[in-house]
Design a protein around this ligand. Structure first.
Ligand code: ADP
Ligand code: MG
Length: 392
C-alpha cells in the first residue's frame, strides 16, 4: 500500500485529512539475551514498517482501524483499558503511556497498515507502538524526546501486551538509520552508529515459521538464573549490578562452585557482551569474515550453553555452516522459533534459498520463508515529496 492509498483509505473511513508516519521493524546483528543483563546489542532498522494515518477528533473518542485485520476498535481517552483485540492493545498502551505522563491527549482517528511480518522476530509489535507514539507526538506537537517515545512504546509492550521486553526493539524502530547498525548500551542507553558495509553480501533471514511454547517459561527462567549469578557475586563485589559488570573469573570463583548450570548460563552472557564489542570492531575494519565467525559463535552459545534454540533453528544454521558463501549465521531473537540471520554472498542468495527451503521442507514438513533484508530509517513523518520512495 502506497502512502497515497493509505491517505485515501483513511479518508474513506474517517472523512478527515490525516498526517502519515511510519516506524520500521528491526533485526539484531549480534547481542542476544544481553539486553536485560545491562549489556550491549547491535540492532538495525529494516525497510519494512508499520504506517499510521492519524487525525484529531473534536471529542474524546479513540477510533482505530487495522488494515491487516480488517477490524475496527472504538474506545475513549477517559477510559483507556486493555482490550480483547491484541492489535489494539499495542496502540492503547501507548495512549495510556502519554496520559500517565500527563500529556494532554484528545480523541483521534487512526488507520494502521504494516508490512513487517507478524510474529517473526522482526518486532512488528515495536513498530506498531513506535509508529503510534510518533504519530501522537506529531499530531499534538508534544515536546517529547525520541528516547522518551521509545520508552513510552516499551512500557506499552510491558503493560498492555504483557511482554517484559528490554529497550532494544523500540530503540531501533525510533532511532534506526539506513546503512547503519547501532551498538546500544542497554544500561546507559548510550549508542553508536556503525556503518553496515556488506559489499557483495546481504543479510538474509530464514523464518522457521515455528514458535515453541517453551519460550515464555524459559525466558523467565534464564532471567532468574542471570539474577542469581549476580546475587552470588554481589556478596563479594557490592558494586556489581548486572552480568554486564561481571568477568569470567568472577563467575569461575563465585558461581561455578555453587551451581554449574547457573554458571554456564551466566558465562554465555558475559561472552556475548564481549562478542558485541568485537563485532563492532570487525564491522569498522570491514572484516566480514570475523563478524560471521562471531555470529556462529553466538549461535553455538545460545544453542548449547544458554539453551534457547530449537531443532529447526539448529538445522538452518547447520545447513549453511560449512558453505564458503555464507560468512555467518545464528538464531535471532529470544529463541524457540523465529528466524535465523545469515550473511550470504549476493549472487548465491537465490539458489541457496531454494536449496535450504527444500531441505527444511523435507526435514520438518514445514515451509520456510526467506527475507532479504535492506536496512531502513527509524520513525518519521512521510512527506508528500517522498511518497514515491515509500512503496512497501
Ligand atoms: P513480533 O513483534 O516479533 O512481530 P509479536 O507477537 O511481539 O511479534 O507482535 C505481533 C503482534 O503485533 C500481532 O499479533 C499484532 O497484534 C501486532 N501487529 C503487528 N503488526 C501489525 C499491523 N500491521 N497491524 C496491526 N497489528 C499489528
Ligand atoms: Mg514483538
Amino acid at each position: 500500500m502506497e502512502s497515497l492509498q493509505l491517505k485515501k483509505a483513511f479518508k474513506e473511513i474517517y472523512d478527515a485529512e490525516p498526517i502519515l508516519v511510519k516506524s520500521p521493524g528491526r533485526i539484531n546483528i549480534i547481542g542476544e539475551h544481553t539486553d536485560y543483563n545491562g549489556g550491549l546489542v547491535m540492532p538495525a532498522a529494516i525497510n519494512k514498517a508499520v504506517y499510521v494515518a492519524i487525525s484529531k477528533r473534536d471529542d474524546s473518542e479513540i477510533h482505530l482501524f487495522s488494515e491487516s485485520y480488517q477490524e475496527k476498535y472504538t474506545g475513549n481517552i477517559n477510559n483507556v483499558k486493555i482490550a480483547d483485540k491484541a492489535w489494539a492493545n499495542y496502540i492503547l498502551g501507548v495512549v495510556d503511556g502519554f496520559l500517565k505522563r500527563d500529556f494532554p491527549l484528545s480523541g483521534f482517528n487512526l488507520y494502521m497498515y504494516g508490512n513487517v511480518p507478524l510474529g517473526a522476530g522482526l518486532s512488528s509489535s515495536a513498530a506498531v507502538e513506535c509508529a503510534t507514539a510518533y504519530a501522537l507526538a506529531q499530531l499534538n506537537q508534544f515536546a517529547v524526546s525520541k528516547m522518551d517515545l521509545a520508552l513510552i512504546a516499551q512500557k506499552a509492550e510491558h503493560e498492555f501486551a504483557g511482554v517484559n521486553c528490554g529497550i532494544m526493539d523500540q530503540f531501533a524502530s525510533v532511532f534506526g538509520q539506513r546503512d547503519y547498525a547501532m551498538m546500544l548500551d542497554c544500561r546507559s542507553l548510550a549508542h553508536e552508529y556503525i556503518p553496515l558495509k556488506l559489499d557483495g553480501y546481504k543479510l538474509v533471514l530464514f523464518n522457521t515459521n515455528v514458535k515453541h511454547s517453551l519460550s515464555e517459561s524459559a525466558y523467565n527462567e534464564r532471567r532468574a538464573q542471570c539474577e542469581q549469578g549476580v546475587a552470588w557475586i554481589k556478596v563479594h563485589y557490592p558494586s556489581v549490578q548486572y552480568l554486564r559488570d561481571v568477568t569470567e573469573e568472577m563467575l569461575l570463583e563465585y558461581v561455578k562452585p555453587k551451581n554449574n548450570e547457573t554458571y554456564t548460563k551466566c558465562s554465555y552472557v558475559v561472552a556475548e557482551i564481549a562478542r558485541v564489542k568485537r563485532a563492532a570492531i570487525a564491522l569498522k575494519d570491514g572484516d566480514l569474515d570475523e563478524l560471521g565467525k562471531l555470529m556462529f559463535e553466538t549461535h553455538e552459545g545460545l544453542s548449547k550453553a544458554y539453551q534457547v534454540s530449537c531443532k529447526e533453528l539448529d538445522f538452518l544454521v547447520e545447513q549453511v555452516k560449512d558453505l564458503a558463501d555464507v560468512l555467518g549465521a545464528r538464531m535471532m531473537g529470544g529463541g524457540f522459533g523465529g528466524c535465523t540471520i545469515n550473511i550470504i554472498k549476493e549472487e548465491e542468495i537465490d539458489q541457496l534459498i531454494q536449496k535450504i527451503s527444500k531441505a527444511y521442507l523435507h526435514e520438518f514438513d514445514l515451509v520456510l520463508s526467506a527475507y532479504i533484508v535492506e536496512t531502513g530509517n527509524g520513525s518519521k513523518i512521510i512527506e508528500t515529496a517522498t511518497i514515491a520512495e515509500h512503496t512497501p
